[in-house]
Design a binder for this molecule. Sequence first.
Ligand SMILES: [Zn+2]
Length: 470
Amino acid sequence: MTLRLMNTLTGRLDALEPLEPGHVRMYTCGPTVYAPAHVGNFRSFLFADLLRRYLAWSGYRVTWVMNITDVDDKIIRDAGREGVPIGEFTARHADAFLADARQLRMSTPDVLPRATAHVPAMVDLVQRLLERGHAYRTEDGSIFFRIASWPAYGRLARLDPGQLRVGERVEADEYAKDDVRDFALWKGPRDGEPRWETAVGPGRPGWHVECSAMSMAYLGPSFDIHTGGVDLVFPHHEDEIAQSEAATGQPFVSIWLHCAHLQMAGQKMAKRTGNIERPTDVYARGISPGALRYALLAVHYRAPLDFGDDSLAAASAAVARLSTLLGTLDSYREAASDDPDLPAVLAAARAGFAGALDDDLNVSEALAAVFELAREINRRIDLRRLSTGDAARAAAFLRDLDRVLGVIVAEADELEPELADLLERRSAARAARDWEASDRLRGELASRGVVVDDTRDGQRWRRAVEVGGG
Ligand SMILES: [Zn+2]
């Protein structure tokens, strides 16, 4: 099977055929670092992470680039309000973003280029567009892309070029353009704004040109996959294609993937409307990072995700089931002979999992294969039908699937040091037959959200799951 993906550019499922065999080069539009990212932003980033992990799991070498926008109108405005230098302001928000991403077990992109460190590459691109007649200057030193020079404009968003942006509010900072549809490649200098002295004059880069320059700097003029939220299709990605292909004369990206919105209370999550929740808000309600990751990943990326207490409770329960199973397998000991059916059960689960993900990353079906496997294994555990070796093989299998999902292992293996200490003391108390201390420690762990079960294989812990409305 090969991976097929719904390509926004062609409007159909396209097989992934990397331009360089065995090596997938992908780019994701990253955060603008002026405020903490909300869970809707992370849905889009974690979708790219799932894709990266699945490609790596499938045996591809992957180069993943995600930009960090660290100069734009909102940044300039908000840093000004706080009265701090822009570099200091964006560094703080970029660090916070990366900390949130790590906690959500997003793999670290191979390159995280910051816009302000790549101005020369952007200037080079703008210069080439000027030379080729695709861009023009206005009186204030700004430079615009001339859409009339690029007939293919509108292909990604399926827009009629003649109808583009009619009635759209013209940005206040877009000065005197020749055509209302044209977009800024370079913004002329203004008082109170950061500026660079460059070969195309003083000023600062436009947002769209940033992604073209940085993606091509690290991935070449043509690469395999570009991802982003669906709201970026137009104009951002349309503009990226136009300015990149007009500058290089080569096709820019083979497959464009767009992640649907996350909705909360029936409304798109967006900072503009204030309808937002951040990862820390979710953790404060007792939801673990693994469960939040699961909730954001478990719905197919092209389907809107209804985010709220119900989806988080379901995610917590799902993650608890899988991590509990892994813990059970790790401590399982049985001097039985190997279960002759287990290899077929594992092979079927693997085929179901990979087959679903090959089908445009159908993660809900992939998870269904994982839970079917969990049922099969739990049944065999209850019947003591697995040997010690079988249990180890099944545990290794789950860990391998979790290289893609990133929701099972850490949840099962990572207990806060303080709680691990309590657990260890309880184990010692039981060994010393000090039942009173053992019960007291069990109560203490329970009050901290950790349930301890005593099994014939020794004590085992799991996170308490609060299921229900609220
Ligand atoms: Zn972008």
